[in-house]
Ligand binder design. Structure first.
Ligand code: NAD
Length: 476
C-alpha cells in the first residue's frame, strides 16, 4: 500500500548502517511501489559529497548489499534519482539552512539518527532551532541506547527537550522480524497456546542468539560493551518480554509496551552463580577475543548465558535461560518453549520423558515448528518418538517477499506506528535490571571463561542447565 509523500532524512547517510541496511531497505520498499511521487530521501552526513556522488555511493551499497540489485534496471536508476544529499555538521552550522530548503514541515518527516549517540542532542536541537522539524516530525534512533541506566536517562532527557515521546522511535531490529510479530499472533490469535502458556504446563524457556563471527574489526568498540550490553539488554530482553507478557487488551503501541514493561519490572536479580561469561580462545589460525579486542587483559564477555526468573503468577518457578555469543557453532536465533513432560505414561515400556517443544526461529530461516510425540510407524508395538510436526503454514512464513526488519520498521515510522519500537521507560527499566549484574562483575573483577571457537560456549554454560536436570538445545 503506497504511503503519502514523505521526507526521510538519514543523518549519517554515508555510514556503515546506512550502506548495509537503510539504503537497501529503502530500495526494496521503492521497488514494492510504496513511495508515491514527491517522496524525498535525503542523506546528510559530514562528507562533502554532491547529490550525484551520493547516488554513486548508494549504488555501490546496493551492489554489495541488495539481492535486488540489477545494473541495468529502470527501477535502480529511478530509485537512485530519488536520492538527495546535504553535507552537514551535526555540531556546527554548516548545511542546516540548505537542509531546511529541501524538506517541508507540512508532511511526515522522518529524521533517522544513524550517527553516534553523542550527536543525538546536537541534531535534535538544530532540527528545532532551524525550524526544520514540523508537527509530523519523527526521530529514529539506533542502539546502543546508553550504556547503563544513567546514560539512557540522559539520552531520553535530551531527546525529550526537543521531541515528544510519541515522536521518538527507538529501533530494535529484532522486533521488525516477521517471526517475532508472528509470535504475538501465535499467542494471542490462537486458542490452543495461551491456555498452556504458564507455569502449569511450561517447564522452561530457552532463548539463544548465536553468531559465528567474532568481533573482528569492531573489537576496540565491542570491548567497551560486551555481550550483556550489546545483545542481552536489548534484543534478548525484548524477545523475553514478548514471550512472557500478559495479553494487552488491544494491539496498540502503549498497551503492548505497558505489558513489556511489567515483565521487565518482574525480572528478579540474577545471582552470580546463575550467569556464565565467556571469551573465545585463539586457535592456530585465528586470534582469540582478547587479541581481536586489542586488549590482552580484557575482562569483557563475548558470550553470556544466564538463568532468569520472572516473579509473577504466570511464571513463578519457570526458568528462562538466555544465551548469546560470538564464534559459536552456528548462526542461529531461536526461542524454545519446552513444555513439561507427561506426569504418567500409559504406554508400557515407554520410559523416556517426552516433551512438546515449540520453537520459534528468527534466523537463519524464520519459521516456527513444534515437536510432538507420535507412534513410530511399523508393527513393533507402541513405540513413541518425538518428531517435528509438519506445520504447512511454515512454508507461507518463509515467503521470499516478506519485508526485512528494517523495511518494516522504516515504514512503521512513516505511518506513525510505534508498536514495534521501545519506549523510553522500557529501555531505562531494562538497564535497571542489567546494571547491577554488570556492576557485580566489575566489582568482583570477574574473569570470563575461555571457550573454543565453533563450540556452544564454555563448559560452565552447559552446567548451568545440567544442574537443573535440563540441557540446552543444540546450536545448529
Ligand atoms: P559510521 O561510523 O559508519 O557512520 C557515522 C556517520 O555519521 C557517517 O555518515 C558520518 O559522516 C556521520 N557523522 C559523524 N560525525 C558527524 C557530524 N559531526 N556531523 C554530521 N555527520 C556526522 O557509523 P554506523 O556504523 O553507520 O552507525 C551509526 C549508528 O548506528 C551508531 O549509533 C551505531 O551505534 C548504530 N548501529 C550501527 C550498526 C551497524 O551495523 N553499523 C548496528 C546497530 C546500530
Amino acid at each position: 500500500i503506497p504511503v503519502a509523500p514523505f521526507d526521510l532524512i538519514v543523518f549519517g547517510g554515508t555510514g556503515d548502517l546506512a550502506r548495509r541496511k537503510i539504503i537497501p531497505a529503502l530500495f526494496r520498499r521503492y521497488l514494492a511501489g510504496q513511495f508515491e511521487d514527491g517522496t524525498r530521501l535525503i542523506g546528510a552526513a559530514r562528507a562533502g559529497l554532491s547529490p550525484v556522488e551520493y547516488r554513486l555511493f548508494a549504488k555501490e551499497a546496493l551492489k554489495e548489499f541488495s539481492a535486488e540489485y540489477d545494473e541495468n534496471s529502470e527501477g535502480l536508476e529511478d530509485f537512485l534519482n530519488l536520492l538527495d544529499y546535504v553535507p552537514i555538521d551535526a555540531t556546527g552550522d554548516d548545511g542546516w539552512e540548505e537542509l531546511k530548503t529541501k524538506t517541508s514541515t507540512d508532511r511526515v518527516q522522518a529524521f533517522y539518527f544513524s550517527v553516534a549517540p553523542s550527536l543525538f542532542g546536537a541534531l535534535a536541537e538544530r532540527l528545532n532551532s532551524y525550524e526544520i522539524a514540523g508537527s509530523q516530525a519523527r526521530v529514529v534512533v539506533e542502539k546502543p541506547f546508553g550504556r547503563d541506566q544513567e546514560t539512557a536517562r540522559a539520552l531520553n532527557a535530551t531527546l525529550a527537550e526537543h521531541f515528544d515521546e510519541t515522536q521518538i522511535y527507538r529501533i530494535d531490529h529484532y522486533l521488525g522480524k516477521e517471526t517475532v510479530q508472528n509470535l504475538m499472533v501465535l499467542r494471542f490469535g490462537n486458542m490452543m497456546f495461551e491456555p498452556l502458556w504458564n507455569n502449569h504446563y511450561i517447564d522452561h524457556i530457552q532463548i539463544t542468539v548465536a553468531e559465528t563471527v567474532g568481533v573482528g574489526g569492531r573489537g576496540a568498540y565491542y570491548d567497551k560493551s560486551g555481550a550483556m550490553r550489546d545483545m542481552v539488554q536489548n534484543h534478548l530482553m525484548q524477545l523475553l518480554c514478548l514471550i512472557a507478557m500478559e495479553p494487552p487488551a488491544i494491539y496498540d503501541a502503549d498497551a503492548l509496551r505497558d505489558e513489556k514493561l511489567k515483565v521487565i519490572r518482574a525480572l528478579q536479580p540474577v545471582a552470580p552463580h546463575h550467569i556464565v561469561r565467556g571469551q573465545y580462545e585463539a586457535t592456530d589460525t585465528a586470534p582469540g577475543y582478547r587479541e581481536d579486542a586489542g586488549n590482552l587483559r580484557s575482562f569483557t564477555e563475548s558470550f553470556v548465558a544466564m538463568r532468569c526468573e520472572i516473579a509473577n503468577w504466570r511464571w513463578a518457578g519457570v526458568p528462562f535461560y538466555l544465551r548469546t555469543g560470538k564464534k559459536l557453532r552456528a548462526r542461529t536465533s531461536e526461542i524454545s518453549i519446552i513444555f513439561k513432560a507427561l506426569g504418567h505414561s500409559i504406554f508400557e515400556g515407554d520410559t523416556t520423558p517426552h516433551r512438546n517443544i515449540l520453537s520459534i526461529r528468527l534466523q537463519p530461516n524464520e519459521g516456527i515448528d513444534m515437536t510432538v510425540t507420535v507412534k513410530e510407524p511399523g508393527p513393533g508395538g507402541m513405540r513413541l518418538i518425538d518428531v517435528p510436526l509438519d506445520l504447512t503454514f511454515a512454508e507461507a512464513l518463509r515467503e521470499a517477499d516478506a519485508p526485512e526488519a528494517y523495511e518494516r520498521l522504516i515504514m512503521d515510522v512513516i505511518r506513525g506506528n510505534q508498536t514495534l519500537f521501545m519506549r523510553g521507560d522500557e529501555v531505562e527499566a531494562a538497564w535497571g535490571w542489567t546494571d547491577p549484574i554488570i556492576e557485580g562483575w566489575e566489582a568482583r573483577h570477574d574473569v570470563p571463561k575461555q571457550y573454543v571457537p565453533g563450540s556452544s560456549g564454555p563448559e560452565d554454560a552447559l552446567m548451568l542447565l545440567h544442574r537443573d536436570g535440563r540441557r540446552w538445545r543444540d546450536i545448529k
